[in-house]
Design a protein around this ligand. Structure first.
Ligand SMILES: Cc1ncc(COP(=O)(O)O)c(C=O)c1O
Length: 466
């Protein structure tokens, strides 16, 4: 058997070689179906040498790795796994800590506690809030909404954690018509149901209309939860938080914000105004694996009333470690008991960037998104469909009816992917099939944006037969 030191050295070589390659090669070379055929094999009857397993793993994966850590990946809002985070994450795996309890993982618990305080400071949210370190924003949305369920129902004289939802007073859920799919998944998971929501009309940028919220909430009595959004997935825009806060306060509603990527606007003085009023709310979600560049997976469930979050998440058994009053128990902030020490790569990333570096990362990506959109919009037949307020935009190609534009846009996306200069994808926006562009990677430079804009314009000209 290969010694651990040799195995890790071999793995280091493979990992470094991949990162060097993906810095220039932004193409996905093998599809899922090709990969499935390539990887399929019968269950091994005997064990194998560790080094041989790693070599085989790397050889098999080749070509089937999405170039998310490269500089020209714009298809979804994904970070690029910053080297400091990757290195810290390797240690997390090597140390093998179970981060649920400080008694089982003292160092992990301490790093998570510091990371929690730093995040609240960076995002300028109420400092007494508690943060659950989750897999991502989907589970963080579920975690915060479970806390909202506990908080609003306790106020109505019902204990949902003890008595469940059968026979409970109905909880009214109000959310913008352009909310992210993960919110519906979270509602489904916590027993609220994805369809039992009041959909609030939005404007052209996907922002909730305060007048529509006011009209919808007015006749409702009993527990209410309003779900707002910081960073719409297509336009990057923000709900009008200050107006929502006034309405919600008047109607005694819990307000939760899905800010999977957009909440990071609060970390930069240049963009913070987009989130004005957001700190009046009750819970917020953001991701570490998006803009903060933490390696997958890492999300944050932030709840103002820590006691309510803990109440909704706590489990207890006599075999679990006892804790002293005032100690932070990581397991009481998320649905999991056992989990990896996510606070450690978060601590490393915040150290790597510092407050100024995070602000520049977010500002820089937004500047690049604007440059990208302007370059594309200058080309005849290309329409940018939203005001670029953050790092996201949607763009469609061609003229004629929606079907003709969809065909043209799909053809451009296919041509761009075949060329491989950059990676983009499509989505529906306001009845148009559009190319979605997210600029959320630390390695992306102006040169990458210009190269990518040139490639997209060339693809569009090719589709037109020029
Ligand atoms: C606004 C928004 N909310 C939630 C999510 C889900 O996040 P995750 O994939 O980390 O679960 C995303 C993902 O892109 C998002 O953009």
């Amino acid at each position: 058997m290969t010694e651990l030191r040799d195995l890790l050295a071999l793995t280091l070589e493979h990992a470094a070689a991949y990162r060097e390659t993906v810095a220039t090669d932004t193409k996905l070379h093998r599809s899922y179906h090709e990969m499935r055929e390539r990887v399929a094999s019968p269950l091994p009857e005997q064990g194998a040498d560790n080094a041989a397993i790693i070599d085989e793993l790397v050889a098999l994966a080749e070509g089937g790795l999405m170039p998310t850590v490269g500089p020209r990946f714009f298809a979804w809002v994904m970070g690029a796994s910053h080297p400091a985070g990757v290195a810290a994450d390797w240690l997390v795996s090597a140390w093998g800590q179970n981060a649920g309890y400080h008694a089982t993982a003292p160092a992990a618990a301490a790093f998570e506690e510091v990371a929690e305080a730093w995040l609240l400071d960076l995002l300028d949210l109420p400092r007494q809030s508690g943060i659950g370190f989750s897999t991502g924003a989907t589970v963080a949305n579920g975690t915060c909404l479970a806390a909202a369920r506990t908080g609003t129902l306790l106020k109505a004289g019902w204990d949902p954690d003890a008595d469940g939802l059968f026979g409970a007073p109905p909880v009214h859920l109000l959310l913008g018509a352009d909310a992210h799919s993960s919110v519906f998944a979270a509602l489904q998971l916590i027993g609220f149901g994805s369809k039992r929501v009041v959909s609030i009309a939005t404007d052209a940028q996907g922002r909730m209309l305060p007048s529509a919220l006011e009209a919808a909430i007015k006749p409702l009595s009993g527990p209410k939860i309003v779900i707002a959004q910081a960073g719409q997935i297509n336009t990057g825009d923000f709900d009008p938080f200050a107006e929502i806060a006034t309405i919600a306060k008047a109607h005694d509603a819990w307000v939760h914000v899905d800010g999977a990527f957009g909440l990071w606007a609060r970390a930069t003085p240049a963009l913070k105004h987009l989130t004005d009023g957001i700190d009046a709310f009750d819970s917020w979600v953001t991701d570490g694996h998006k803009w903060l560049q933490v390696p997958y997976d890492c999300g944050f469930a932030i709840v103002r009333d820590k006691a309510i979050l803990n109440r909704a998440m706590t489990q207890w058994s006599s075999y679990l470690p006892t804790t002293a009053q005032g100690d932070r128990v990581p397991a009481n902030y998320v649905p999991e008991l056992s989990r990896r020490a996510r606070g450690i790569p978060v601590w490393a990333l915040i150290k790597a960037y510092g407050r100024d570096g995070i602000a520049e990362l977010v500002d820089g990506n937004c500047r690049l998104a604007r440059r990208f959109a302007e370059r594309l919009a200058a080309e005849p037949g290309v329409s940018v469909l939203n005001d670029v307020v953050l790092n996201q935009f949607v763009v469609s190609f061609g003229s004629g009816d929606a079907a003709a534009r969809k065909a043209a846009t799909e053809a451009v996306i296919a041509a761009v992917l075949a060329d491989g200069t950059c990676f983009v994808n499509g989505a529906n926006w306001r009845g148009d099939w559009a190319m979605r562009v997210s600029v959320s990677s630390a390695p992306t430079t102006e040169a990458d944006i210009d190269m990518s804009a040139d490639a997209i314009i060339a693809a569009w000209r090719k589709v037109q037969g020029h």
